[in-house]
Design a protein around this ligand. Sequence first.
Ligand code: RIB
Ligand code: CA
Length: 315
Amino acid sequence: MSSRNIFLDVDTGVDDALALLLAARSPQLNVKGVTCVAGNVPIEKVVRNTLDVLEVAGASHVPVARGMEFPLVEKMFNAAEIHGENGLGGIDLPASGSTVIDRHAVEFLAGEIDNSSEKVTIVALGPLTNIATLFRIYPNVVSGIEQLVIMGGAIGSGNTTATAEFNIRQDPEAADVVFNTDVPTLLYVWDVFTRVRFDKQEVDEMIGSDNDCKSLAGKLLLSYLTTKKEDTAGIGDAGAVACLLIPEAITTDVMPISVELIGEYTRGQTVFDQRKRKLSRLQPKIQKSISGMTEVVMDLDVESFRNTFVDNIVK
Ligand code: RIB
Ligand code: CA
């Protein structure tokens, strides 16, 4: 079985850490590099967390590049209240002996895509600042991308605001650039992100495992149980990685998408046009149409996602 070459763009954070564990341990995937972007926590903590989690996953050989430390336009607001001040739910991992490479994340991705003999897949799990900058400086890389899997956006309510999901709200302009770039995109939205969960008993069983990756996954999930004061904890970003592992377990739909940039109550909202045919001839006279096109994960088989997560992180 040949493995699929992927790059992960992360703002490690608790669930980015879960995604790194899943991607690094899954034999179906070959993690060619990880790029860091400011998001859940400032860039230096993202870099530190990413290096340390890859060490636990036995993937310290994977190149890690430091990326954009501020959104393109929006102010930084982070999500330490969810991920803890250190970004790993207060878990203090042994410091990896690895360091970041001496190339910026955008230069690294451009070089890797240019030198690759086959198209690559990028899994973007944080604000889209690195990806947007890549597309603006090196527009030709688009032809070298097989698929861009993005955790971001929401069809229904947001999480950061009533209408916007964190990754998009932290850098709406970057998301606008990416969604208007013609690259095959799979969007893992907030609406499905929240559904793949484990309860306290399952989390405690993970923590008690003698497998380091499973035990760390349990501790990360426990930090969510504690912080969010909920009975179950979700694997979040790891679900976007799982879409590559079990594509048969997701249901998708292709639809136009735009990002709201100016709404006082809606900035960062992902606006989808789910009308199967244009019902209104009025629209062109009163407002511009929803422009980009993206494939959206509308539903998933929760048990398949749960099982894939637990089975693969111990491989
Ligand atoms: O809104 C959830 C997303 O924002 C996740 O990727 C989480 O890690 C944060 O980046
Ligand atoms: Ca993330």
